[in-house]
Ligand binder design. Structure first.
Ligand SMILES: Nc1ncnc2c1ncn2[C@@H]1O[C@H](COP(=O)(O)OP(=O)(O)O)[C@@H](O)[C@H]1O
Ligand SMILES: O=C(CO)[C@@H](O)[C@H](O)COP(=O)(O)O
Length: 499
């Protein structure tokens, strides 16, 4: 039997999947990653940690694998998007990576608009200037750490750095490059216009390749440290959301994905770059050739739940923590939550907004809070679905993935709030599976990613909306939508008290 490996460099963990030629997951290893949050709005990781934990994970996996390592024909990657990794002229890391959920760059976003103009930025990149994207982070380093910026020779994204350390070859691929805000998304080229206007040397941008491009082999040191064969072919990979889409079969028009990971996304396949969502949702290059996807993002989806668990339930498992939500009725006994613990992106691109519990009552118990958090996260995702529907998309079936999809009460809640059928697949490993599929396609096992999806992916269960629940949630959703506007000013005034 032949195998491929999918490496998903997430925010909370790096997950490594070994997948056989029929799409069966033979082994999974997960190694945790920690976040550094020095100040409110800051979020960093040490790139060395990504490499060390991946090498440790691959080594564990190879020890468990009974076959010949040379039977692992290909490896590919899925990575958390947007994180800035700055390298000097010897490709040494210059500072910690500044991550996608770091929101320190509001002033730099304004600078981009002042110099380029909102309309022109949208024409070139198809996206607005958001704090999480890479370009504002580059401008922040230039302004606040000029001595670091002066030494910067190249910037890459998290999984590109990891792949570089495994192969010695440095590139970026289109699906992740689209999230930097420096790519001309339509022409698939670095935008010289943007670089020139912002006085950035375009040479800082790395060479671009396709997601399924073969880019190297494991270095002898990596083969030695992990047990991988030095014949294994390495393929570029994709942004975690592009890979999540591939790994969930979102490969043709009309297909929609919801992922509840640390962040939450609602993602829809686009066969062309011609639709106009006026920047309300992200518009990125897909990992599938010549395709695109549009996407709304809830900055703190699973993170809102894990934050609440960490603060109020310590080491309890997620399974135990959410076990009682089915004992609480829809509406959490009058408790409403907005999941803005790290700010928000869609539909409110607002780094200052913070979360609220509205309606706390002396009778509320912990399960009411847990349910309210899950409902609030799902309402936030529903705001993206609402944008898609208002722009003419039909969304009647949604594939649900991410850590949140492990819980069936949450999947039913999604079906009722989204008013759509929610499909759970047999493998929950969306992005890691997508990375493995890019390797399988790159190795020539299939003629297309769709053929690979037909072989690898299967439905497990479908959750259908319950009419009464849909109606109850519709009323609650209108209340939820009012909370942002009514708490915005309060949160701005609280800013000076934050760490
Ligand atoms: N059993 C569970 N029930 C409900 N939610 C869960 C469960 N396990 C994990 N989660 C949620 O999934 C999130 C992690 O999702 P995952 O997709 O693994 O993260 P990442 O974004 O790091 O790839 C957690 O923050 C948590 O909110
Ligand atoms: O910023 C985005 C997308 O624009 C995030 O989706 C990140 O790509 C990381 O996501 P997780 O998989 O860690 O939740």
């Amino acid at each position: 039997m032949k195998y491929v490996m999918g490496v998903d460099l997430g925010t909370s963990a790096v997950k490594i999947l070994l997948v056989d030629q029929h799409g069966e997951v033979a082994h999974v290893v997960s190694k945790p990653l920690s976040l550094m949050q020095e100040k409110t709005g800051f979020s960093e990781q040490d790139p060395k940690d990504w490499v060390d934990q991946t090498v440790a994970g691959m080594s564990d996996l190879l020890k468990r694998f009974n076959g010949d390592p040379a039977d692992i024909e290909g490896i590919s990657f899925s990575g958390q998007m947007h994180g800035l990794v700055l390298l000097d002229d010897r490709n040494e890391v210059l500072r910690n990576a500044i991550l996608w959920n770091d929101t320190r760059t509001t002033a730099q976003c304004q600078e981009i608009y002042d110099v380029i103009g909102e309309e022109r930025l949208l024409e070139i990149t198809k996206n607005p200037a958001l704090e999480g994207f890479t370009l504002p982070k580059l401008l922040w380093v230039r302004e606040h750490e000029p001595e670091v910026y002066a030494k910067a020779d190249k910037f890459v994204l998290p999984k590109d750095y990891l792949r570089y350390k495994l192969t010695g070859e440095l590139q970026m691929e289109y699906s992740d490059a689209a999230g930097t805000l420096l790519l001309n998304v339509t022409e698939k080229k670095w935008s010289e216009e943007l670089c020139d206007s912002l006085d950035i040397d375009v040479a800082i941008c790395p060479p671009l390749v396709e997601s399924s491009a073969e880019v190297g082999k494991p270095t002898p040191e990596i083969a030695e440290a992990t047990g991988l064969a030095n014949t294994t072919r390495v393929f570029a990979g994709g942004a975690d959301n592009a890979c999540g889409a591939i790994g969930s079969g979102i490969l043709e028009d009309g297909k929609t994905l919801v992922s509840t990971g640390t962040s939450g996304v609602v993602l829809s396949y686009e066969s062309s770059n011609e639709k106009d969502f006026q920047g309300k949702v992200h518009y990125f290059n897909h990992g599938a050739p010549d395709a695109f996807y549009t996407m709304g993002v809830t900055l703190a989806a699973g993170y809102s739940l894990s934050w609440f668990k960490d603060v109020f339930a310590g080491d309890e498992s997620f399974e135990d923590f959410v076990a009682a939500v089915d004992t609480v009725p829809i509406g959490s006994n009058g408790l409403l939550f907005t999941p803005y613990v790290a700010g928000e992106r869609t539909p409110h691109a607002d780094a200052s907004i913070r979360a609220s519990f509205i309606g706390m009552d002396g009778s509320h118990k912990r399960p009411d809070f847990v349910r309210a958090v899950m409902e609030g996260i799902t309402f936030s995702l529903n705001e993206s679905i609402d944008i898609f529907r208002k722009n003419g998309k039909t969304i009647d079936t949604i594939v649900s993935t991410g850590g949140g999809a492990k819980n069936e009460d949450w999947l039913q809640m999604q079906a009722d709030i989204f008013d759509a059928n929610v499909v759970k697949q047999t493998s929950e490993q969306g992005p890691g599976m997508g990375a493995a599929m890019l390797a399988a396609y790159g190795c020539g096992w299939f003629d297309s990613l769709q053929d690979c999806a037909d072989e690898f992916l299967q439905e497990d269960n479908v959750f259908t909306p319950n009419r009464d629940s849909v109606d109850l949630y519709k009323k609650l959703f209108t209340l939820y939508q009012k909370v942002y506007g009514q708490t915005k000013e309060l949160n701005e005034k609280l800013l000076e008290y934050r760490k």
